[in-house]
Design a protein around this ligand. Structure first.
Ligand code: DOR
Ligand code: ZN
Length: 344
């Protein structure tokens, strides 16, 4: 197979930031994807329907003329999100999920949830109207090792949460462990998961052997090879619970190449090429369309896209950097050779 044509894919987990950053990052996603679930971790967070609708318009203003791209908005869950906000979100027709950041888990999570018990009424409202909870699945306790935080989250938070709200629709975002893949596989159909390209392609050696590689640092952090293999198995299995979410998270070069570097991999410019690379390496290119184009809309109850994209087997080099906020941004796998290319 040297050319593959797929139903146009969607990105079910994306960070595009705000202000001047939008014009520099949105076009990359709009070229490859028809829709994307937009993460609400701005500072201040996108916590209300009104804020989300204003943010949506700013994103649309950054879509290049001629591109067909639709941002699917989300709300940032806080200890104080009232149940009425869920009704407003649902009535707007533009909000497709509510994001749970455990307070302190990652970039701009300081307004996140400190105790899910504070959100009981709001979660009950989400369960009632069918609005998905999008979960950053890591505990934040200082005494839990960073490599164990996802597995502990399953036992301490996710399992009890689903016991209390069995019909709540949950997307376990950017899963990184064999435990998470097994949990989602065994869960009922209201539980799905996104998987990033970088967690399919790299393990923690790629971040730490031969020098610290800040551009491979993200959260949840890369794990051991056996976890990467479990993610590849899940993504390429054809199981409709697993779908594409890049977690492309732009940070400027100076904030990544820093003594306390930010977490985030900027994969938007080469997203579909990276997934093709991972599925090809597993000998499972035929499973790419389900994962990238079908399982996500089916889970969210949205129509599959009508358009298509074409990928060609052709070697090309990822650029060293792109302009970003008066300096540069380094894309994932900068300077390396990829063997798939999105056509056009
Ligand atoms: O690596 C990450 N970057 N993980 C997250 O959870 C947040 C994201 C960001 O917003 O930079
Ligand atoms: Zn994210």
């Amino acid at each position: 197979m040297d050319t593959i044509t797929l139903t146009k894919p969607d990105d079910w987990h994306l960070h595009v930031r705000d202000g001047a950053a939008l014009a520099q990052v949105v076009p990359f996603t709009a070229r490859q994807f028809r829709r994307a679930i937009i993460m609400p971790n701005l500072n201040p967070p996108v916590a209300t329907t009104e804020q989300a609708l204003a943010y949506r318009q700013r994103i649309i203003d950054a879509v290049p003329i001629g591109a067909e791209f639709e941002p699917l908005m989300t709300l940032y869950l806080t200890d104080n999100t009232p149940p009425e906000e869920i009704t407003r979100a649902q009535d707007s027709g533009q909000i497709f999920g509510v994001k749970l950041y455990p307070a302190g888990a990652t970039t701009n999570s300081q307004s996140g949830v400190t105790d899910l018990d504070k959100c009981t009424q709001t979660l009950a409202a989400m369960e009632r109207v069918g609005l998905p909870l999008l979960v950053h699945g890591e505990v934040t306790h200082a005494h839990i090792d960073i490599f164990d935080r996802e597995a502990v989250f399953i036992d301490e938070v996710l399992t009890p949460l689903l016991a209390r709200f069995p019909a709540l629709r949950v997307v376990f975002e950017h899963i990184t462990t064999a435990e998470a893949a097994a949990f989602v596989t065994a869960a009922p159909a209201n539980v799905g998961a996104t998987i990033t390209a970088h967690h399919l392609l790299l393990n923690r050696n790629d971040m730490l052997v031969g020098g610290v590689r800040p551009h491979n640092y993200c959260l949840p952090v890369l794990k051991r090879e056996r976890h990467r293999q479990a993610l590849v198995d899940a993504a390429t299995s054809g199981n409709p619970k697993f779908f594409l979410g890049t977690d492309s998270a732009p940070h400027s070069r100076s904030t990544k190449e820093h003594a306390c570097g930010c977490a985030g991999v900027f994969s938007a410019p080469t997203a579909m090429e990276l997934y093709a690379e991972a599925f090809d390496a597993a000998g499972r290119l035929e499973a790419l369309e389900g994962f990238a184009s079908n399982h996500g809309p089916d889970f969210y109850g949205l129509p599959r896209n009508q358009q298509s994209i074409r990928l060609e087997r052709r070697e090309w080099q990822v650029p060293a950097d792109y302009p970003y906020l008066g300096e540069t941004i380094v894309p994932f796998m900068a300077g390396q050779t990829l063997t798939w290319m999105v056509h056009g």
